[in-house]
Every structure is written in C-alpha cells, then in structure tokens.
Design a protein around this ligand. Structure first.
Ligand code: UT7
Length: 367
C-alpha cells in the first residue's frame, strides 16, 4: 500500500493589515482586551480583487514548486473553505482552471475550521488506496466578507489567507500516519453563516436580519474547543501507535491562544511544542494550520523525520486530528516550473471557452 507524503507547501496572505487598534475604532473594544482574551494582535484582510481562488492559486503554485510537481500531473484538488467563492462552482475548480491542472478532479469540502484536516485525510486516503498518485490540498478564506464589523464578538477573531499542501504517493514509509474526524451536529447552531443557503435564500429579509454574517456563541464554542483538542490529539496518536512524547510539534487550529494553552495542559506538554502564529493572522479557518506550518517550515523548525500532529475544531460542530511524519520534498531529477503553467492555464481556459462558444453557435444552427 503506498504511503501519502506531504512533499510541498505554500501560503498566501493579503497585504492589508487590520490591527486591534483599527478595530477599536469600529466597535467598543481595545487592544489589551483582544490580546489578553484571544492572543490576536492583527489580521490580514483581502483586497477587493482577492478571493479564495486567487489566494488558493498563489499558495498552490508555491506548494507545487517545492514539490517539483507539474500542475498537469496533479490527480485531485480538494479545497476546504468556510468562505467559498460561490455555492457552486467549487472553488477547487476555479483553482484547477487557473493553475492549468488539466487532468485533476476537483471538489470543495466543507467542515468549517476542521476542513483542512478533513481534506488532508481524504487526499491521503485516496493515495493510500492506490486510486491516485498526487493531490493538492488547499485551505483558503476571505472570511472578512462575512464579518459584521459592528459585532465585537466575532469581528476581532477572523482573518483572510490561504495555505496549500501537495501529497504524493511513495513506497517509503512515513507521511500521513493516522487521522480522526468527528462531528456533533447538535451544536450546529453555535457557529453559523445562514444567508444565501437554501433555507435562507438571499432576500431583503435575510439582509435585514444579518443572516449574511457569521454568528457565534463564543463561550460555548470555547468550551467545546477546550474539551476536544487534547482528546482528538490523543486519539490520532494512539491510532498511529505513537505516544505524545514522540511528537516534536503540535500544530493547532489558530483560533484563540487560551484554547491552545488548554490543549497543552490537557496533553501535559509545554507551549514550546505548539506552533502558534495567531497573533499576526487571527483565525483564518481552514487556512490557519497550513499557514502556521509554512511559516514554521520557513523558520527551519519542522525537520524531515519529525513526527507532528495537526489538530482543529470548528462549526458543525466538527473536530479532528492528523498525525504525520514530516518528509519534505521527494528528491527528483530536473526542475519543473509550476508558475509557467498559470499562463498555460489561462490560454487553455480561453481556448476551451472559445471552442465552447463556437460549438454553441454551430449547434444552434443545426436546430
Ligand atoms: O474556529 C472556531 C471559531 N470560534 C472560536 O474559536 C471562538 C471561541 N471563543 C472565543 O475565542 C471567546 O469566547 C471569545 C474571544 C469570542 C470571547 O472571549 P470570552 O473570554 O469568552 O469573553 P465573554 O464572551 O465571556 O465576554 C466577557 C466580557 C463580556 O462582558 P460582561 O458581560 O462580563 O460585562 C463581554 O460583553 O467581555 C465582553 N466582551 C468584550 N469586551 C471588549 C466580549 N467581546 C469583547 C470585545 N472587547 N471584543
């Protein structure tokens, strides 16, 4: 059975920064409260021309470059997002088109902030089954578009960004070792984005009621998160036959420093075994784990051979954890340039649209 190795990684963050002081000009809050209660100092906010697909493409090209894998060789793209560009088409298909991944299947996965762990597990399982050889896993968000900037419970927390991993099959043991996924829909009402779905299609009433904004019972979500982070980590470890002492790094969903500290206490681990960067990005939902990992890799913290656990929770309710042995890029001959495939992707997309148009004209004449 082939192993699924993480061989490439990339991230993208919009440049505009929104600080706690900026938010304090919009709602009744202050920098000290936000830092003390969440650990967040600032977050990135997408410009008008940035979307989950554009951020996802930037992160994906970087990940494919590190993996030295052509977009045309990618078998599957899974995009986890809590702020997808449309209900459909899937953001994954927009990314597939823009990077020129001509043979890839593509779909979106919705498990809120646990989405990246779910998607990584699904991609790894497809590789383990032998049905595909490579997968691009993307977590991408422009959550700022769904924030009520008058609601101090939520507007202090979230930020925009994207992260992407490449998974590749190899006979060498390692890579994704185990994963657990859980859900409890009885807590679905604790964190919602209702407007625009089929229960509350967009209308003047949904707009008036603010259903197009994220709504959250922060305290309840906090309690749930502190309960599940340590237990999910333990489950993933025992499924992989590992103990917590063998784990070099835990990469938690970057939601609130107090939730991460509770997980550390639950696992009896010091905080320096946790990778944390939420002070600069806030909660970027599906992108938070890959962004934290990419930054950590760039600092040289995570090294090949390290055993790691990613663990997260989110709306649904959902939660999960994934244990992996870090591989790094698989050595290969020659260099591919995934960036160049963007031009190929644009051309390919244009030609396909033009052909579809001409075919449509001819078809209409035949009728
Ligand atoms: O990916 C999953 C996403 N969601 C989460 O991770 C959310 C998890 N929950 C949390 O992170 C925390 O519950 C929050 C950061 C949202 C809130 O922190 P808290 O420590 O649970 O605060 P609280 O809701 O218990 O509120 C304490 C006080 C209240 O005032 P009173 O009733 O004690 O007078 C709030 O009105 O703090 C007040 N408050 C604020 N004050 C200043 C609430 N939000 C703010 C604010 N600035 N932004």
């Amino acid at each position: 059975m082939p192993y699924a190795h993480i061989t490439g990684w990339g991230m993208a963050a919009p440049e505009p920064i929104l600080t706690n002081d900026d938010i304090a000009k919009m709602v009744d809050t202050n920098d000290a409260w936000i830092r003390e209660r969440t650990g967040i100092r600032e977050r990135r906010i997408a410009r008008d021309n940035e979307f989950p697909s554009t951020l996802g493409v930037e992160a994906s090209i970087k990940a494919l470059t590190i993996a030295n894998l052509r977009p045309t060789d990618v078998d599957l793209i899974i995009c986890a997002s809590s702020s997808p560009e449309y209900i459909f088409p899937a953001t994954a298909c927009l990314i597939q088109d823009q990077i020129g991944a001509s043979k890839a299947g593509a779909f979106d996965l919705l498990a809120a902030c646990s989405g990246f762990i779910y998607a990584l597990n699904m991609g790894a399982q497809a590789i383990r089954s032998g049905s595909i050889k490579s997968a691009l896993i993307v977590g991408s968000e422009t959550l700022s578009r769904f924030i009520n900037w008058k609601d101090r419970n939520t507007c202090i927390l979230f930020g925009d960004g994207a992260g992407a991993f490449v998974l590749q099959a190899s006979e060498r043991p390692g890579g994704v070792l185990s994963a657990v996924m859980h859900s409890d829909g009885s807590g679905g009402d604790l964190l919602t984005l209702q407007g625009g779905g089929s229960r509350y299609p967009a209308s003047e009433t949904t707009l008036h009621d603010g259903r197009h904004y994220i709504q959250m019972d922060g305290k309840e979500v906090f309690r749930f998160a502190t309960r599940v982070m340590a237990s999910a980590t333990q489950e993933a470890l025992s499924a992989a036959g590992l103990t917590v002492d063998e784990i070099r790094w835990i990469i938690p969903h970057q939601a609130n420093i107090r939730i991460i500290e509770a997980a550390a206490r639950g696992l009896k681990l010091p905080m320096d075994r946790f990778i944390v960067n939420l002070e600069r990005y806030g909660n970027t939902s599906t992108a938070s784990i890959p962004i934290a990992m990419v930054e950590s890799l760039e600092k040289g913290q995570i090294k090949p051979g390290d055993k790691i656990v990613m663990v997260g929770f989110g709306a649904g309710l959902t939660w999960g954890a994934l244990a992996a042995e870090w591989t790094g890029p698989i050595p290969s001959k020659g260099h591919v340039h995934p960036e160049q495939y963007r031009a190929f992707g644009r051309l390919r997309s244009f030609v396909r649209r033009a052909l579809r148009f001409i075919e449509g004209l001819l078809y209409r004449r035949e009728l």
